[in-house]
Design a protein around this ligand. Structure first.
Ligand code: 9D3
Length: 263
């Protein structure tokens, strides 16, 4: 997969790509990431890339001419039809589903804005979709571009070691991860759950699934509501809900009993 990032800070992208799974994916030739700096397309002596907003107000706006020229230069290095994505707080929210979609493409262009954003005509003429990474204010699109590159890289065949697969990732399962432990067996007085030392792999599997379901229910009910769970996970969730409901009923009966007794 080929990715091009249009950015005023190309070293911010290149520097981050040296490390970890993304670094290895690039080294293995599974993916390549290039950058295009709009400043190199600015025609004036000062290499101006921003200007004051029409209509007034605070901040600056990225000028259209160098930006569209940079997009077109980057596009020439990508397969025809590669989607051009503008990272913007006004975009649709990026999630694992979009990561999967993008990972299936042969090419992708990412535009990282700075200042208050880009001249809207660049979006009309040179952009196919807008994506946001979440509801918080950042200073530009470079970190969001890196987020997308990393989420996509993990999904490329061969990017993870043979021992792991992206299909095992918890968000792919629709559940949060279970708790992890390593040595020592007792740390600051806290024991590793004994089931994990039992060697009973079926038991361990059931425990982990139950932990994942309980955590997701507790911390991210929204994730669970939208999840397409594996049958085993669905069963664990149903058992959990049945138990919770019967405990609630027993609790209510207990409360009613104590109320009747007046204690
Ligand atoms: C404080 C400035 N703003 C209020 C007038 C609007 C604003 C302009 C530029 C807010 C953020 C930005 C820069 N953000 C991004 O380029 C960005 C972003 C983000 O801020 N949050 C989540 N996802 C993204 S993707 C790109």
């Amino acid at each position: 997969m080929k990715i091009e990032v249009v950015t005023l800070f190309p070293r911010m992208i290149a520097g981050a790509l040296e490390f970890g799974i993304v670094g290895r994916a690039i080294a293995r030739g599974l993916m390549s990431v290039g950058t295009e700096d709009p400043r190199l397309h600015a025609s004036d002596a000062h290499r101006t890339v921003d200007d004051r907003p029409y209509g007034g107000g605070p901040g600056m706006v990225m000028k259209p001419e160098p930006l569209l020229a940079a997009i077109r230069a980057a596009q020439l290095r990508l397969p025809p039809g590669s989607p051009r994505v503008y990272l913007s707080a006004q975009g649709r929210r990026f999630g694992q589903a979009q990561a999967c979609e993008l990972a299936a493409l042969p090419g992708l262009l990412l535009l990282a804005g700075r200042y208050e954003g880009v001249d809207e005509r660049v979006v009309e003429l040179g952009i196919d979709r807008e994506l946001s990474v979440g509801d918080y204010v950042l200073s530009g699109g470079e970190l969001p571009a890196l987020v997308i590159i990393e989420a996509v890289a993990r999904l490329l065949p061969g990017a993870l070691g043979d021992e792991r697969s992206s299909a095992e990732d918890s968000f792919a399962h629709g559940l949060l991860d279970w708790p992890h432990y390593t040595r020592p067996e007792v740390f600051e007085g806290r024991r590793v759950p004994t089931v994990l030392l039992s060697g009973d792999h079926a038991d361990i599997r059931r425990w982990r699934l139950a932990q994942a379901v309980a955590r997701t229910l507790e911390r991210r009910p929204d994730v669970l509501a939208n999840a397409r769970l594996a049958p085993e996970a669905r069963r664990a969730l149903n058992e959990f809900r049945t138990r919770a409901a019967s405990e609630a009923a027993a609790g209510a009966a207990g409360a009613a009993g104590s109320k009747d007794r007046g204690d």
